[in-house]
Design a protein around this ligand. Structure first.
Ligand code: MN
Length: 489
């Protein structure tokens, strides 16, 4: 029998009220799902228990865990919305209904894909916690996919690969994204999956001993310099991601980061010092030193990466980061979604760093930078959350290509920005646009979820007016280049 205690023990610090809320939801769900079975023949309630466990592991608050426990109770039982509202309140009901609405999402080819994404983005912008629940729900469904009928397996795996995985990555939830992706990979392309698994096992066997030696050498050198090592670990690359890289590089041998060493140290200063020490010990491979601390990835990922010639026959990737960065790299936006009365979100400021100032063309997009600025004045957690929602999703829109690729743009963008975001050539020959199937002016302000088809013509070309209309620096730079502005005559 599953026990609520298991969930509570996985969760981070919970208040008394949160614990009793979780217990109440647990007892309630246990009762309403009584007698229901899954395809595997096991009690349906196991799914509820596992979903809640995943949420607890992802450090979610009591309300989110409780909503996760109740997430199937309206859809799959006789329980009504008003009953939930009466027993658990508006917030929980809102979260459950958000998850239920997403339940109808199905990947049915490219056309429907954009529609699904649109629904997702809308749900996300209402409350990011809805998405976190949905992703953990999906994780358990993928973990038990072998019990589903064969024809359903493929559809569910495809949805996971095409919709949920990219979203988890976009939100910086790399651990969850990788788990979902590899589970889907196994069902969508079992042959490649087995092949990559064999490669991985071979490489781990071959390289682990050498990597252990490297780890020891580094620890010794760091101790000498009085840098405390919080932990070191081996990071094994996800199977799908190895598959992608091998296909892109054409040969397995050129993929050097299947096994990597991760070093966690206390401060950013320590990160750079450690990098220096590593490079003093082993010669780095040119072009492979990456400073994601000064230039975080757009999803917020921060770390230093380098690939070194170890002296043996192998090259090794070494990743250096602080504990906070490590936590963030694992949980991403799920960490944003944790909010309670306390001031827990100071990590955002630390995460992006006060001294960090992106230049116009480089670095994270403005909305990411915005996160680090606005949290400064907050004393009230709920204001913070409101603004987080606005800044995280409100000031950006996602417009979609007819193929369903999401183009991330600032609010106020028009088809001009959209066209240049796809390719400078497309921008340079932009002559018209269809928005949601309707012919529209290229000056039209795009809305979240719009599907945009760009029409090009050989003779079309940018004008000075476009320059004043363009919102993105990419578009402005390309228009200037085309018009010859800023060039020395
Ligand atoms: Mn479910």
């Amino acid at each position: 029998m599953p026990e609520v205690q298991e969930i509570l023990s996985l969760a981070k610090t919970l208040s008394k009220e949160e614990i009793s809320l979780i217990k109440k939801a647990y007892a309630f769900a246990e009762k309403v799902h009584e007698g229901q079975k899954r395809y595997s023949g096991e009690p349906f309630f196991n799914h509820i228990h596992e979903t809640a466990k995943n949420l607890a592991k992802y450090g979610q608050s009591g309300a989110t865990i409780a909503a996760g426990i109740l997430h199937d109770s309206i859809e799959d039982t006789v329980i009504t919305a008003s009953e939930i509202k009466e027993k658990f309140g508006d917030e929980i009901l809102f979260l459950i209904q958000g998850v239920t609405k997403l339940g109808a999402l199905k990947y049915k080819g490219v056309k429907r894909h954009s529609e699904s994404l649109r629904k997702l983005f809308v749900a996300m912008s209402e409350d990011i916690r809805v998405l976190v629940i949905k992703l953990t729900d999906r994780l358990h469904n993928m973990q038990t996919l072998q019990f589903m009928p064969k024809d359903k397996q493929e559809r569910i795996a495809l949805e996971t690969m095409e919709i949920y995985t990219p979203l988890a990555y976009r939100l910086g939830m790399s651990k969850l994204g990788r788990e979902l992706e590899d589970l889907a990979f196994k069902y969508l392309d079992p042959e490649s999956y087995e092949k990559i698994l064999a490669i991985l096992e071979k490489r781990v066997k071959k390289e682990k001993g050498e990597l252990e030696k490297i780890s020891k050498t580094i620890k010794k050198a760091l101790a000498k310099e009085k840098i405390r090592v919080i932990k070191t670990e081996y990071r094994v690359k996800g199977l799908k991601s190895i598959d992608r890289k091998i296909k892109q590089k054409k040969e397995e041998e050129s993929v050097h980061d299947i096994l990597a060493l991760r070093i966690i140290v206390p401060t950013i200063d320590d990160c750079y010092k450690t990098l220096g020490i590593v490079h003093r010990l082993w010669r780095p491979m040119p072009g492979r030193i990456k400073d994601f601390i000064a230039f975080p990835k757009t999803n917020g990922y921060q770390s230093l990466h380098t690939t070194v010639f170890s002296g043996g026959e192998n090259l090794f990737e070494i990743q250096i980061r602080t504990e906070k960065m490590d936590y963030e790299a694992t949980y991403g936006v799920a960490a944003h979604a944790v909010y309670k009365g306390e001031k827990k979100m100071s990590w955002i400021g630390n995460f992006f760093g006060d001294s960090y100032k992106p230049s116009d063309e480089e670095g994270p997009p403005a909305w990411v930078k915005g996160l680090s600025d606005y949290q400064k004045g907050y004393t009230n957690a709920s204001d913070f959350v409101k603004d987080l929602k606005r800044d995280f999703f409100g000031e950006r829109i996602f417009a979609l290509t007819p193929n369903g690729d999401a183009i991330d743009l600032p609010v106020g963008s028009s088809p001009i920005d959209f066209a240049y975001a796809i390719h400078s050539d497309i921008g340079d020959h932009l002559s018209g646009a269809k928005i949601n199937g309707k012919l529209s002016s290229i000056e039209t302000e795009l809305k979240n979820g719009d599907i945009v088809k760009i029409i090009t013509a050989k003779k079309a070309e940018p004008t000075r007016k476009w320059l004043s209309l363009a919102k993105t620096s990419t578009a402005r730079r390309d228009i200037k280049r085309y018009l010859g502005i800023g060039k020395k005559k």
